[in-house]
Design a binder for this molecule. Structure first.
Ligand code: SAM
Ligand code: SF4
Length: 306
């Protein structure tokens, strides 16, 4: 009951401009298990970063899970700038999180189908399984994701949907697609028609330009820093989960030395939130490069199967 009230209050607070926020804990934590990837998608910021490769220490995953499990308003997303399934202890991570009854969303480029069987995925306890399939058809998908195979993904997702028909506990299957400026409505309609045969929802993510090029000046209250926290594969916690798309990340600290609660309530993050609450845009140097802050801009749309 308390968790439900907490969620309601927080939602109301961050929707209304200038209201003080109610945010004693993040509602969602993005966990980057690794920044390693087996793909090199042309539109992905990762493809252009020259970074060392990290895998989040399993000890740190245990620490994070033990902190979160008493907050049932907080869910975990395994995503970040890399392919989460490449973590050497990926299966252990999944069982650790799901056995602590934490809601778990996993975003994968489809590599999960090489790591786990469809039967295993079905009973894994993953709440939402998101598979990224950018591009409208075989040709455009394989242009955008040269290492991927559209036919393989179709057969695996169709197989999972078939198995899920008779299962009680099953992940929600979401197909994700980046929407590029030149995508036509007809392409999106055909994509819907194709993927709704096998998925519960389709998530359309608006393309974020890679790099620090555009300055945006029409700000809205940032929803992300009032509700979400990101933990990188180094254990570092950036100020915001979108920062890596356009500039080097400023870090609040490292999860190895601080608790989630400490980082979430840190003065650096609260100062940033106050800039939005007071609409003090002249102090917003860091956020002005973030495409997520354009006034009225919708970052993603999730459409559920009717
Ligand atoms: C960075 S990937 C990491 C997870 C996994 N490797 C995958 O591809 O699903 C997370 C999501 O970001 C999306 N993405 C990549 N580049 C993007 C961009 N420039 N703008 C918007 N979304 C993007 C991908 O399509 C994917 O759904
Ligand atoms: S598979 Fe995901 S992380 Fe890897 S390059 Fe593509 S979008 Fe980026």
């Amino acid at each position: 009951m308390w968790n439900f009230a907490r969620k309601m209050l927080r939602d109301i607070c961050y929707r209304v401009p200038k209201t003080p926020h109610f945010t004693d804990y993040p509602s969602n934590i993005e966990l980057e298990l690794t920044n390693d990837c087996n793909f090199s998608c042309s539109h992905c910021p990762r493809t252009y970063l020259a970074e060392s490769i990290y895998y989040l220490d399993f000890d740190l995953v245990e620490k994070i899970v033990s902190e979160i499990k008493s907050y049932d308003c907080c869910s975990l997303r395994l995503v970040g700038l890399g392919e989460p399934t490449l973590h050497p202890r990926f299966r252990d991570v999944i069982s650790l999180i799901t056995s602590a009854n934490i809601k778990l969303e996993l975003t994968s480029n489809g590599n999960i189908f090489h790591i786990m069987s469809l039967e295993e995925i079905l009973v894994s306890g993953i709440t939402t399984l998101e598979i990224s399939i950018d591009g409208s058809d075989v040709t455009t998908y394989e242009q955008k994701r040269p290492e991927g195979c559209h036919r393989f993904l179709t057969s695996k997702i169709a197989g999972l949907a078939e198995l899920a028909k008779n299962a009680t506990d099953k992940p929600r299957i979401v197909v994700r697609r980046v929407v590029f400026p030149n995508d036509s409505e007809e392409e999106l309609r055909l994509y819907n028609e194709y993927w709704f045969k096998y998925s519960d929802s389709i998530s359309y993510n608006i393309y974020t330009p890679v790099g620090r090029s555009t300055i945006y000046e029409n700000f809205t209250k940032c929803q992300s820093i009032f509700s979400e926290l990101k933990i990188r594969s180094t254990g570092g916690v950036p100020l915001c989960r979108f920062q890596c798309n356009f500039q080097p990340e400023i870090e609040l600290g490292n999860i190895a030395n601080s608790s989630i609660q400490e980082l979430w309530n840190s003065s650096a993050l609260n100062e940033r939130r106050n800039v939005f609450l007071q609409e003090n845009w002249c102090h917003i140097d860091y956020c002005k490069y973030c495409a997520k802050q354009q006034e009225g801009k919708v970052n993603f749309i999730i459409v559920d199967k009717q």
